[in-house]
Design a protein around this ligand. Structure first.
Ligand code: ZN
Length: 152
């Protein structure tokens, strides 16, 4: 096999890279199975709330939005990423976790610009907006936890 060489830079490589200033916040979606791993999800949820200033979302035993498995959401500011994500790497209890930025491109945030911890799961991208409407801003909600543990 002869290696194929690109004839020149593609339009994509010429375009200016997106700035991380466009990331208003992040979500970590923590997936579980109602029969087998909900108790792990409960323990993880409590451990996160004890340690991190984040916004813990509602339980979604029933499927919601683009998600095809039960889950809850952890919303967090950009300053929390460098502590929370490594902590989740070490403590996710075998659960699949989707971490995505919140920018003005919801579909790409979930499908293209995201990272998975554990086994990746399917996401239904069609229900997500391609681009936010002009009067909409990327989500940046305040924390609802009062962390009192420093052993991260
Ligand atoms: Zn999300």
């Amino acid at each position: 096999m002869t290696p194929t060489h690109a004839s020149g830079p593609s339009a994509e490589s010429i375009a200016a890279p997106r700035s991380i200033a466009g990331i208003a916040s992040y979500h970590a979606h923590i997936y579980y199975d109602r029969q087998t791993t909900r108790s792990d999800a409960e323990i993880l949820r409590r451990q996160i709330a004890e340690r991190f200033a984040v916004r813990v979302g509602a339980w979604h035993d029933e499927l919601v939005g683009p998600h095809r498995q039960s889950m809850y959401q952890i919303a967090f500011g950009t300053a929390v990423f460098a502590q929370l994500v490594p902590w989740l790497m070490l403590n996710r209890r075998g659960l699949s976790i989707l971490i995505h930025p919140n920018t003005d491109r919801p579909r790409d945030d979930h499908l293209v610009q995201s990272v998975w911890l554990g086994t990746p799961l399917a996401i239904t991208g069609d229900v997500l907006d391609d681009v936010l409407k002009p009067d909409e801003a990327p989500e940046n909600l305040p924390p609802n936890t009062t962390p009192d543990r420093t052993d991260i």
